[in-house]
Unconditional design. Structure first.
Lengths: 159, 766
């Protein structure tokens, strides 16, 4: 089948899509957007998180056909060519990235949290990111990064 | 003050930032946060095919026949290969070449590879693999390590029998008696590394008949050594480049899809990509050895240890992998960081039909630490002192002798590490204002505090850093210095694998410090440069760090030759992009001295040698360096439901030199999390040698809700034998967090809890 949808503001078409393919597969293997990751492909790890019409979803659980005529935003679409999104910047600055395989999903999830809650407390960050597994960091620097990103997004300087 | 001779101004140099001891940002960070870093599962080539593996559902069976015909009949399938198609030696392995590339007439564990398929779509390949007809004669699996070695009428799973390795450690008297004796049997379940990036890579056939492999691994050259004979190719025709690695933790030390992808690529003459699913990943790599350990500690009435005796059984599963080295670690480190005058430890590693086990962060030291630390708590109780006090009374220190007879000849601050975690302020007590998110059970709203008891526990561990027992453990670095765009730039090229720990950052830091240049580029790791050894055993900062330092020193010496020729002065240094003389200050820009010359040197670095241990007594200087970390865990336990919440972890670790302080903290936090996982949730559950939970739905790893805040102290007591005085960092924190968490649960519940992971039913007794 043919699937047509908007990705990161650009209209894209994927041809010869098999009905069983996930949005994750189409992004990664047909549209050259491997940012969303394939760590479990059963909705447990959050590494494939993308926005679908402004709602974060596990793209591995979305059938490709479901996104017809809808809008998808991936980690590749958060920053601009010259500038990283504050969440992306904060993840680097605070050492929240080690192997980085969980990072794209966490960044989308954290980005969504900060949109909804510009000043999240630790417990709120933990709740919001509970669906994203990370095996390297022990999460503490990820929490630091979300605080830093939130401060940047509010226009505050951080140390 | 007398005026001294005034000759030249002091060197006017701009300090280089991001050198050794600082925490520059990761050079791969921007790519990773943008989603643009190419992991091994992200690769793509024109005309690429997808490879899929057919795996046996039976832990032990004879293969009567394999028919790939039905697979080949499916449209879009390009190849379906079996053992008959392995071009060379159908066997590989790290220590023993005992594992077939594709099973021949027998399968020895559930998930062993039987056939491989290439097709133009992964789903087509999966369906084709499922269409292959394999006729099995199912056999009764051997699923217990002790039975495998000592049982009667147990089938021999390999020609030499079911014993992979036996390691005895005999030290002091074997007849010692003691006033106070505590015994215990401890069990460790099978832990999975659970890296997030699945096994994957892409093999591209080359015009010279060789193959180019892009893969996530831990040691490029040991892969090459195993792949080439299987493909019947000379090693230089198997060129391997490191693709982005999504975590490793030991699980990538053995081959997974490497030979399979190469076979399919060479057979079809097309690029072939293989990506394991999460379920397949549980079958596609080795795990942490499950262990059963019987311990007896004897002490005097003050709690000073008189003897330790132990028998340890480690289940290596169907193939040896690194079982031999894991058994040696468990045995040689089996009494922990304590002075013990009389020791008898025996450790066995067995072949069974369980999933193969090999390297995982902590590597044999994890299992032993859970047992000896549990014993130290029992001893404390028997003597009537607190758990830290019993440890302090027996703490080893620099100058102590290991049960192998080896002198500990650099810092071993066991006492200080324990005191530091003990003396940290306790986290706040629970108040009547209950936020259920902070309760065991969390947002599941299972308690508002009723039935919740707090406990505190301690653990300390010891780990050997670098490869042991006489292994020729070296790394190679190529460093090139030249002017690019008007600025001196250092290029560092090694085959050392970055798995997330930050080795790429560290290599650049070393080059900046040694060469006084700001710009450093790190070449992709590949096999066109000499081996770097494995990214394991907490060894890469030490060994590849040492190699980069040595190559830089060689480059620097040549720069000094040029400068000496030109300026006729000695006592030179490279600082801030300048060549500086001790007597005359800045002589010239480094770029001026280099001109259009590129200076390049390759160096191998070896740490001081280690030695084999005596096979009858276990005596010998087996290890290169020892690392230590201590933890204090504070937990809340819902004793009615058996739910545990770790409230806080405190950790103190000696790292010799914090090469990159932020990365050190990251290792301690991440390592502690994996230890917490083993304490309370992580186990590959087996039934009849079959894995019952091969998914992230059923194999749980800590989430952000499970990991508490950590309080961390980093000690820097230089090891004079190591580059910059550093001590390997990655493994120690994984080792001691597990016993600390379990001790805290015991403190809260007053239960013996001799098996990990501790499950709710162990606490509730239901």
């Amino acid at each position: 089948m043919r699937v047509k949808f908007t990705v990161n503001g650009e209209e894209r078409t994927a041809d010869d899509v098999w009905e069983g393919e996930s949005l994750l597969y189409v992004l990664r293997e047909r549209l050259g957007l491997p940012g969303a990751k394939n760590a479990c492909e059963q909705g447990e790890c959050g590494s494939c998180t993308v926005y679908l019409d402004d709602t974060p979803v596990c793209s591995c659980l979305v059938a490709a056909g479901q996104v017809q005529d809808r809008e998808v935003r991936t980690v590749e679409g958060l920053g601009s060519e010259d500038e990283l999104d504050p969440v992306q910047q904060a993840f680097i600055e605070r050492g929240a990235v080690q192997c980085g395989f969980c990072t794209p999903g966490l960044i989308v999830a954290a980005h969504d949290l900060i949109r909804r809650n510009p000043c999240p407390k630790d417990a709120e960050i933990r709740e919001a990111l509970a669906g994203n597994l990370c095996r390297c960091t022990g999460y503490e620097k990820i929490i630091d990064a979300v605080h830093t990103a939130a401060a940047h997004s509010r226009g505050e300087a951080t140390s | 003050m007398t005026q001294t001779t005034r000759t030249a101004n002091p060197p006017l140099t701009t300090p280089i930032t991001g050198g050794v001891g600082e925490s520059p940002l990761r050079p791969d960070g921007a790519l990773k946060v943008r989603g643009e870093f190419a992991y091994s599962s992200d690769l793509w080539a024109d005309q690429m095919l997808w490879g899929v593996t057919l795996r046996t559902p039976h832990p032990y069976a004879r293969i009567r026949s394999i028919d790939v015909g039905p697979a080949l009949a499916i449209s879009g399938v390009y190849a379906a290969l079996t053992h008959e198609d392995v071009p060379g030696q159908n066997a590989y392995g790290l220590e023993h070449i005992d594992q077939p590339v594709l099973a021949v007439d027998v399968v020895r564990y559930q998930g062993e590879a039987v056939a491989i398929v290439a097709a133009d779509h992964p789903e087509t390949a999966r369906r084709a693999a499922a269409a292959i007809v394999v006729d099995y004669e199912v056999l009764e699996p051997v699923d217990n390590a002790e039975t495998a070695i000592f049982g009667e009428d147990v089938p021999k799973l390999h020609e030499g029998g079911n014993l992979v390795r036996y390691v005895p450690i005999l030290f002091g008297s074997q007849d010692a008696t003691a006033d106070v004796v505590v015994t215990g049997t401890y069990e460790v379940g099978m832990q999975d590394q659970a890296f997030l990036g699945p096994e994957s890579g892409m093999a591209v056939p080359a015009e010279d008949g060789g193959v180019d492999l892009y893969v996530a691994t831990q040691w490029l050259h040991v892969d090459q050594q195993q792949i080439a004979p299987a493909l019947n190719l000379p090693q230089d025709k198997v060129r391997i480049t490191l693709a982005g690695v999504g975590g490793a933790f030991g699980a990538r030390e053995d081959l997974s899809m490497q030979v399979h992808a190469c076979m399919l690529a060479l057979h079809t003459n097309k690029p072939v990509k293989m990506v394991y699913t999460r379920e397949e990943s549980f079958f596609g790599h080795v795990h942490r050895h499950p262990a059963v350990m019987h311990y007896e500690h004897g002490a005097d009435r003050d709690g000073k240890l008189v003897y330790v005796r132990a028998k340890m059984f480690l289940d290596g599963g169907a193939y040896a992998s690194s079982t031999g080295a894991v058994v040696a670690n468990a045995a040689t480190l089996g009494v922990g960081p304590y002075n013990v005058p009389n020791v008898k430890i025996e450790a066995w590693g067995a072949y069974t039909n369980n999933p193969p086990c090999g390297a995982m962060r902590g590597f044999g030291a994890v299992q032993a630490c859970f047992a000896y630390e549990s014993q130290m708590d029992r001893l404390a109780e028997a003597i009537g002192v607190d758990p830290v006090e019993i440890r302090l009374r027996n703490a080893m220190s620099e100058g102590s002798i290991m049960p192998t007879g080896q002198l500990v000849d650099s810092a071993a601050p066991v006492q200080e590490l324990l005191e530091r975690v003990r003396d940290k302020p306790m986290p706040a007590e629970r108040t009547s204002e209950v936020d259920i998110r902070t309760m065991p059970g969390g947002a599941s709203n299972t308690t508002h505090g009723e039935g919740v008891v707090r406990g505190v526990g301690y653990g300390i561990g010891i780990k050997n850093i670098c490869f042991s027992e006489g292994f020729d453990d070296y790394s190679t670095a190529r460093v090139r210095l030249e002017v690019i765009g008007g600025e001196p730039v250092a290029m560092v090229h090694t085959a050392a694998v970055e798995v997330g720990q930050g080795l790429v950052t560290l290599q650049a830091q070393i080059a900046r410090t040694e060469l006084g240049v700001q710009r450093v580029t790190i070449q992709p790791a590949d096999t066109s440069v000499g081996s770097a050894g494995s990214t394991s055993a907490s060894r890469q900062s030490y060994v590849t760090g040492g190699a980069v330092q040595a190559a830089c020193a060689a480059v620097r010496a040549e720069v000094f030759d040029l400068a000496r020729e030109r300026f006729g002065v000695d006592n030179l240094a490279l600082e801030g992009g300048k060549v500086v003389s001790a007597s005359r200050g800045v002589l010239a820009d480094l770029g001026d001295v280099l001109g259009d010359k590129a200076i390049e040197h390759t160096r191998e670095y070896r740490h001081r040698p280690s030695f084999p241990i005596d096979p009858l007594t276990g005596q010998g200087n087996a290890h290169v360096q020892y690392g230590f970390a201590a933890h204090r865990a504070v937990v809340d336990v819902d004793v009615d439901l058996g739910l545990v919440r770790v409230v806080e972890l405190a950790c103190a670790q000696d790292v010799g030199k914090a090469m990159n302080p932020d990365a050190v903290i990251g290792q301690i936090q991440g390592g502690s999390a994996q230890g917490l996982g083993l304490a309370v949730m992580e186990e590959i559950q087996l039934s009849g040698a079959k894995i019952r939970n091969p998914s992230f739905t059923d194999y749980l790893i800590p989430t952000i809700l499970d990991m508490p805040p950590m309080v961390i102290d980093v000690l820097e007591l230089a090891d004079p034998n190591a580059p910059y005085g550093l001590r390997g960092v990655g493994e120690p924190p994984t080792i001691s967090s597990t016993p600390a968490v379990v001790a805290a649960i015991r403190d809260a519940t007053k239960l013996a809890l001799s098996r990990i992971p501790v499950r709710p039913e162990h606490i509730t007794g239901t």
